[in-house]
Unconditional design. Structure first.
Length: 473
């Protein structure tokens, strides 16, 4: 447990209370024996992607998990060994032997200030790190939450505004999302989830490292980044950038919802530029999900990412006192390789008509058809709400001019999905079409159902708009 001043001063602690010169020397030696600078390795001998920010009276320095002593948190409960942490939600967080085991739907909040402090300090530009192990196939996923005051949403529902870095279990997708509003009984307002596929995001029975980075750039856009390490932290971890998104203020609510009538102080695509009083690790519907080596650091948002891949190492010669005992694991999954080819994004909006054939929870795939070829079939997702906007990023050989997109229902689909708009974004421009189309296999067990939609290029759309303007005049 670290007080805010101790966090800012970057002085690790032993046993939650006594400063340790040994701990400081260990962290220093870890990097002296490698080609990393001393600021590139944290006390768990894990690489830091971005350097820590200078101390500030308004910013928290760092927080590191101290999960050696056994205790269990339930319902709304403060960690008796770390006043910065509180569990909310449901289920339990069982802590001990360097690990925290999450069951059911807990939300683990790391507060920027102690509960009895003046709350003047907040988390703003952060790099959150944790290693997790799935021991079963339960649950829908987990998420980091940042730049929000979500712990106060019952009194201030507009203060739930913030960013999510997600991992979806069933579809093996990484996702980024923005929340605008949260209130029991009225509903939650989210942006569309920006997802990506192409790898096993969180395999079973191995330790996988995740980092969520949120930073404000010089033009006041907000960059979100997700990183993964599949080596259990070997030599500091082989960290790969697996997903990113730039919030420039056009990332608006999905589901046909608007934010202005509930939170008039926000624009419809409100960027989250203000800091938050907590960073949260959230789990949904899973038992015995293990975590270790968790940290949150305030970072320099203008710095260049360092220590990616194998560019440097943090080989440990000793372990910090509060580092968890290494558990036996299966052979680690090979780290994902960087995607190659031309980048494309497919954006699909579900109909705003609220009836049984609009939303669906059935898996759907997409193919993009161009003048030079057709992309591989790619999973778009398996949950599409009324009025929501969903997207998928992928890489392919150059497809040329985009002509059409195929929306494909898997075999056995027994309910429909009504699509209202489809767009494909490529380096050469955007092609899109609007209307109302049903994608459905009418008989269970029927062959794969495909709906092919012809798209218009941005140039063709501009020409059509001009023709319509001339007709009106």
């Amino acid at each position: 447990h670290y007080t805010p001043q101790q966090q800012t001063d970057r002085r690790p602690m032993m046993n939650g209370s006594i400063p340790s010169l040994f701990f400081v020397l260990v962290a220093f030696v870890l990097c002296l024996v490698t080609d990393c600078s001393a600021s590139s390795c944290d006390p768990f001998a894990i690489k830091e992607i971005y350097p820590s920010a200078p101390s500030s009276s308004s910013r928290v320095g760092e927080w590191y998990s101290n999960w050696d002593a056994a205790r269990t948190l339930t319902k709304v409960m403060k960690d008796p060994n770390d006043g910065s942490c509180t569990m909310r939600g449901s289920g339990s967080v069982a802590i001990g032997n360097g690990e925290a085991v999450f069951s059911s739907k807990p939300r683990f909040y790391i507060m920027a200030d102690q509960p009895d402090a003046d709350k003047s300090r907040k988390w703003l530009n952060i790099e959150a790190t944790v290693y997790g192990m799935r021991t079963n196939t339960q649950g829908s996923g987990f998420a980091f939450m940042a730049r929000n005051d979500h712990n106060e949403y019952k009194q201030l529902p507009c203060d739930a505004l913030g960013y999510y870095g997600r991992v979806y279990f069933s579809s093996n997708q990484f996702g980024l999302q923005k929340e605008f509003y949260h209130q029991d009984g009225w509903g939650t307002i989210y942006s569309g989830s920006r997802r990506t596929t192409g790898m096993t995001a969180f395999p079973l029975n191995v330790w996988v490292g995740f980092k969520f980075v949120v930073r404000t750039l010089s033009d006041l856009s907000v960059k979100l980044e997700l990183y993964a390490d599949y080596t259990d932290g070997k030599n500091g971890g082989d960290w790969q950038l697996v997903h990113s998104y730039l919030d420039d203020g056009t990332w608006k609510p999905s589901g046909g919802k608007t934010i202005g009538d509930k939170c008039p102080q926000y624009a419809e695509g409100q960027k989250v530029l203000r800091p938050g009083n907590a960073v949260c690790l959230r789990v949904d519907g899973v038992n015995n999900l293990k975590w270790k080596k968790m940290s949150v650091r305030e970072i320099d948002p203008m710095a260049t990412a360092d220590c990616l891949g194998g560019t440097c190492s943090c080989t440990a010669t000793a372990s910090p006192t509060n580092a968890p005992t290494k558990a036996p694991t299966a052979a680690p999954t090979p780290a994902p390789t960087a995607p190659t080819g031309t980048p494309y994004t497919v954006i699909i909006t579900t109909s705003t008509r609220d009836h049984s054939d609009s939303s669906t929870k059935w898996p759907f795939y997409v193919k993009v058809i161009g003048s030079l070829g057709t992309s591989p079939k790619t999973l778009l997702g398996n949950k599409f709400e009324v009025g929501s906007t969903d997207s998928i990023d992928f890489h392919s050989e150059d497809l040329g001019e985009i002509k059409a997109v195929e929306i494909i229902a898997t075999v056995g689909c027994t309910n429909g999905w009504r699509v209202a708009e489809v767009s494909v974004v490529s380096p050469s421009g955007t092609a899109s079409v609007s209307g109302s189309w049903m994608v459905k296999c009418k008989v269970a067990g029927d062959s794969t159902c495909t709906r092919s939609l012809q798209l218009a290029s941005s140039t063709e759309m501009e020409a059509l708009d001009e023709a319509l303007d001339d007709l009106v005049m």
